[in-house]
Ligand binder design. Structure first.
Ligand code: PEP
Ligand code: MG
Length: 599
């Protein structure tokens, strides 16, 4: 039967494919495909983990004190029985052999299947056995993570079957939640779409999905419960609708829309080499946001004139407790600078914390406690200043890369002047040490992300230290409106059109211009065509966005007249409902779209 689930559309387009369910777990579970040649090795890992857990359980049982309740021993018996259940073991191996999942993923996929079967049972006692299954799986996952045998290097795609085989079908990923670190693993994978139960429009999971330019819906609440492995799923990333097992007519309609949007993309692509000039001749800088060094190539291909935001924290994820050395970071930054061949590269120091935590192993290593309120806790520049050795290493790597091109250094979420002073001290010392050691260093501009209302109020003082600022609207909205950007329950209140948000953005642009400093927007608003004219009207001339969004924004720029837009801004800022005001009085440039593209 066909069902529909509704969520938040976060990445445009239509995806049609078979569902691959990723179960959530209390233990970090890596999800990747193993090469066909390595599946036996993966099964071997699984066997070893099973033996280790069996030994653990037997030892527990042996050492039970005499006065322990008999239920405890019976429980361990049940766990041992589950562990040795051949049918279960076969089913887990099936995921490895047929689907090429890694052992951890295979285990959690089977847990998901079994958990559903338990949920449907009438018998309350049997339903209760689900908890046992979860506990055994968790023990197995922990044993796998302790396993000395290094996991095989992940591959981007599962081995595909012969033509016409089910293994040829496109795949979409369905999960309760996907951590940004996991999303990164999927960045080169075969998935053609994503659905998650939780998440907001500017959660980092959504941001990474958008950077992959594949349709995604988040905050779809029940999706991972309603969708089953292998179900056919349509993901409408424009409206937020997810259709499970669609009828042939619906499927045909969506296939048609898929073809239409491919044509639209190809059409926009033709603007790649067109300079971004407004109708009145204003030059607008369209930059790219990247997460990994290899994204720089996409930035060049999209026609971006530089990198406006390199989210370096992604280099620190999926590392199993080992952080990248200065050398490794230097290579990463240098490769981006070289790919951009003389174009500016804005490297942001790590923005770890909030919805971008490091993996548990690294956190334990660094002795970081679980934060009570992570968005207000140790994140971004606060994190770096709390980890000075790590910060110094990153600063040195960035300064060294500056000898190979044009680097701008960007600090995330600055609030206090003393944070700036401490950072300046670290930079000055690192620079001197590098020069003493004979390392060449280029000119590096220093900038701050404006992400908190307090930073906007401090701008004149901040500009004594900074050459430029970049407005991180994702966080600026979160901290101005007190709305967790990753929480779908308050997503309806996360409003970029809120008059307070617009006023803070306009004030920042005006202040930077008055003082002759650079200003850019690198939050999601920069890549959303709904805001292009508004930001141009406020005086913004530098936008940074996902490479895939550059052409669409360029189209808006090409048909904008900033002189006309300026006039409407004052009234928009005074309006109680700027969104309605802007859509009626503001610029309706859509009509001119065709003319510009064919121009
Ligand atoms: C922002 O907050 O707008 C931003 C660009 O930074 P991030 O999304 O990485 O927090
Ligand atoms: Mg931010």
């Amino acid at each position: 039967m066909s069902i529909q689930v509704f969520g938040l559309p976060v990445s445009r387009g239509v995806a049609i494919g078979r569902a691959v369910l990723v179960a959530s777990s209390r233990v970090d579970v890596a999800h990747y495909f193993v090469p066909a040649s390595q599946t036996r090795r993966e099964i071997e890992r699984l066997r070893r983990a099973r033996d280790a857990v069996a030994a653990e359980l037997s030892a527990l049982q042996r050492d039970l004190p005499a006065e322990a309740p008999s239920e405890l021993s019976a429980l361990l018996d049940v766990h041992l029985m589950l562990l040795h259940d051949e049918v279960l073991a076969e089913a887990i191996m099936h995921w490895i052999q047929e689907r090429h999942y890694n052992a951890e993923w295979a285990l959690s996929a089977q847990l998901e299947v079994v958990a559903r079967q338990f949920d449907e049972m009438e018998d309350e006692y049997l339903r209760g056995r689900k908890a046992d299954m979860e506990q055994v799986t968790e023990r197995m996952l922990r044993a796998l993570s302790r396993d000395g045998m290094v996991a095989v290097s992940p591959v981007a795609a599962p081995a595909r079957g012969a033509e016409g085989d089910a293994a040829e079908d496109p795949l979409v990923l369905v999960a309760n939640d996907i951590a940004p670190a996991d999303m990164l693993q999927f960045k080169r994978s075969v998935f053609t779409g994503f659905v998650t139960d939780v998440g907001g429009k500017t959660s980092h999971t959504a941001i990474v999905a958008r950077s992959m330019d594949i349709p995604a819906v988040v905050g779809a609440r029940e999706a991972s419960r309603l969708i089953r492995q292998d179900d056919w799923v349509v993901i409408d990333g424009d409206s937020g609708v997810v259709i499970v097992n669609p009828s042939p007519i619906v499927l045909e309609e969506y296939r048609f829309r898929q073809r239409q949007s491919e044509l639209e993309r190809a059409r926009l692509n033709r603007l790649r080499h067109t300079p971004a000039l407004t109708l009145d001749g204003e030059n607008v800088e369209l930059l790219a946001n990247i997460e990994l060094p290899r994204d720089a190539q996409a930035a060049v291909e999209a026609g971006a004139v530089g990198v406006g935001l390199f989210r370096t924290e992604f280099l620190f994820m999926n590392r199993g407790g080992v952080l990248p050395s200065e050398e490794e970071q230097f290579e990463a930054y240098r490769s981006v600078v070289q790919t951009m061949a003389g174009l500016p590269v804005t490297v942001r120091t790590v923005d770890i914390g909030a919805d971008k935590p490091l993996d548990r192993m690294t956190l334990q290593e660094l002795r970081h406690e679980h934060a009570l309120n992570p968005a207000l806790g140790l994140r971004a520049i606060r994190w770096s200043l709390a980890e000075p050795a790590m910060f110094r290493q990153q600063i040195r790597a960035i300064l060294r890369a500056s000898a190979y091109g044009r680097i701008k250094l960007l600090l995330p979420m600055v609030v206090h002047l003393r944070e700036i002073r401490q950072t300046m001290e670290i930079i000055t010392r690192a620079r001197q040490q590098l020069l003493d050691a004979g390392h060449p260093i280029g000119e590096v501009e220093l900038g701050a992300m404006i992400e908190v209302p307090a930073a906007v109020m401090m701008l004149p003082a901040f500009f004594r230290y900074f050459d430029f600022v970049s407005i991180g609207t994702n966080d600026l909205i979160q901290y101005t409106l007190a709305i967790d950007r990753a929480d779908e329950q308050v997503a309806h209140l996360y409003d970029p059109w809120h008059p307070a948000v617009l006023k803070l953005i306009a004030d920042t642009i005006a202040c930077a211009q008055r003082l002759g400093k650079g200003v850019s927007v690198c939050g999601e608003m920069a890549g959303d065509p709904a805001f292009t004219e508004l930001l141009l009207g406020m005086g913004l001339r530098s936008f940074s966005m996902h490479p895939a969004q550059v052409a669409g924004i360029k189209q808006r720029v090409l048909r904008a007249d900033t002189r006309k837009l300026q006039g409407a801004i004052e009234r928009a800022l005074q309006s109680e409902d700027p969104q309605t005001f802007w859509s009626t009085v503001g610029v309706r440039a859509d009509d001119a779209a065709e003319a510009v593209v064919h121009h």
